[in-house]
Design a protein around this ligand. Structure first.
Ligand SMILES: *Cc1c(COP(=O)(O)O)cnc(C)c1O
Length: 454
């Protein structure tokens, strides 16, 4: 009989919890994750390499439909606009657009990406403090919604209008005290000190712009639904004043994004899945405030939401491979992965849940998970209890769909493949891994530096 030699594992002392449940139930982190939407993790790694991002189209659509339902069952006029910067791979944007979402962009190239995806100009919301004159002219031509961020933008817009025969449709971004600090007052016009009202009177007084909406985006990963109730009531107040004092009815209120995904923030005492309010909770806070404000039924403003994170985070996975294990000088176990903060930017904010992608022994240990970069800050998890992983083992990082595929950096290693699994369980490559050729495409080497002689 041939028996396989068992792998040696170093002995260690461990506190026993004797299988008792804690208040969150039994532990589940230690389940191997072998399939995503029915597709085997190992086959994805074999086909697309390691590391690789995987997105579930089914989960994106489910998230979107659930969020829309939360609002539409409570309020008659609702429109979502996909926040491009959260994930602007075209395949991802188009899932949202197929579902009925408009586009929300914060730069000229994002604006053109939305146009390229076929979003009609009048369904693109253009936010942000950095709109170039040529972008603004294009947006005016396309009848897009320009959300003004500061007075200098307002004045240059009024000036640009002299050369245009069209009246641009605009809104202002309003910042305000919502009881959550610090206030994001670097964007938009302040409510409390009268700046927002001042901007509104200047817009209407100019006669050159059509004020159609009021916008705010009060923060990101917001945990207080009350902050949205306060924001909604302040925007309603402004809208009423616009109508009564300036005879300008407001067509829409845009409450921005900021709803949290169920990721766990670094250092949080309780896991995100147990502490984060649901989209229903936010919808309740916002819609009941607007409905109670006293608009006439036929004058209720359209409610726009620009949610990003909450709609895609849990539809994204990062699959990777263990490069090595080592002991740090203080005795801690360190495991080095083939992905780091270069492609997992959100490791700076979240304690990402990580699952082994294969069966494992029952030994577990607290360990540090490092990325592959030659850089001290490249830490994926400061301290995580996981089964012992061996060189070549695979892991799956959960809830990485938001911001990583836009904030990733090309540093030391290239950006990897991104795959989307469609609703029938077929994987599609939606963004190719970068190559040296891609990287050097933008470089120009002066003639005198073209040759070297070592
Ligand atoms: C980033 C951003 C969003 C999306 O924010 P999330 O926190 O991901 O929901 C929406 N609106 C604006 C103006 C933004 O800058």
């Amino acid at each position: 009989m041939i028996t396989q030699k068992l792998i040696y594992e170093r002995p260690f002392i461990k506190k026993m919890n004797a299988g008792l449940m804690n208040k969150f139930g039994t532990r589940t982190e230690f389940q191997a994750l072998k399939y995503i939407d029915g597709v085997s993790v190992k086959s994805l790694l074999a086909e697309y390499g390691s590391p690789v991002f995987v997105l579930s189209e089914k989960q994106i659509r489910r998230n979107y439909q659930n969020a829309v339902r939360s609002f539409k069952t409570r309020y008659p006029k609702v429109q979502f606009a996909w926040s491009y910067k959260t994930n602007y791979i075209n395949a991802v944007c188009n899932v949202f657009h197929q579902e009925g979402s408009w586009a929300e962009v914060v730069s000229g190239f994002e604006y053109r990406k939305a146009l390229g995806n076929g979003v009609p100009g009048n369904k693109i919301i253009f936010n942000g403090p950095d709109k170039h004159p040529e972008d603004i002219l294009l947006a005016i031509k396309n009848d897009s919604l320009l959300h003004i961020d500061h007075f200098d933008e307002l004045y240059s817009l009024i000036e640009l209008c002299d050369t245009q025969d069209k009246k641009p449709r605009v809104a202002i971004r309003v910042n305000m005290d919502t009881g959550v600090y610090p206030i994001w007052d670097r964007f938009g016009f302040n409510y409390e000190n009268g700046q927002a009202w001042n901007a509104i009177t200047k817009i209407i007084g100019s006669g050159k712009l059509k004020l159609v909406g009021l916008h705010c985006h009060i923060g990101t990963y917001m945990l207080a639904t009350s902050a949205y109730a306060i924001a909604a009531s302040k925007l309603c107040e402004l809208a009423t004043n616009c109508k009564n004092q300036l005879h300008t009815p407001i067509q829409y209120l845009d409450l921005g994004g900021g709803f949290p995904s169920t990721n766990t923030l670094r250092g949080a005492y309780l896991p995100g899945v147990d502490t984060v309010p649901s989209v229903d909770d936010f919808a309740e806070a916002i819609t009941s405030t607007i409905l109670a404000h006293g608009f006439k039924q036929d004058e209720l403003p359209l409610l726009i939401l620009e949610s990003g994170r909450v709609l895609i985070d849990d539809a994204g996975y990062l699959l990777g491979t263990v490069l090595a294990n080592k002991r740090l000088s203080d005795g801690r176990r360190a495991t080095i992965m083939d992905f780091g903060v270069n492609i997992l930017f959100t490791a700076f904010w979240y304690e990402h849940k990580i699952s082994p992608a294969q069966d494992f022994t029952h030994h577990s240990e607290d360990m540090v998970l490092y990325g592959p970069l030659c850089m001290n800050i490249d830490v994926v998890r400061e301290s995580v209890n996981l089964p012992l992983l061996n060189r070549g083992d695979n892991v799956v990082v959960h809830k990485v769909g938001a911001y990583n595929m836009t904030q990733w950096m090309q540093f030391i290693s290239m950006r990897p493949n991104v795959v989307m699994i469609d609703e029938k369980g077929n994987p599609h490559l939606i963004r190719k891994a970068e190559t040296l050729g891609y990287l050097e495409m933008q470089e120009e080497t002066p003639t005198h530096l073209k040759s070297i002689n070592l």
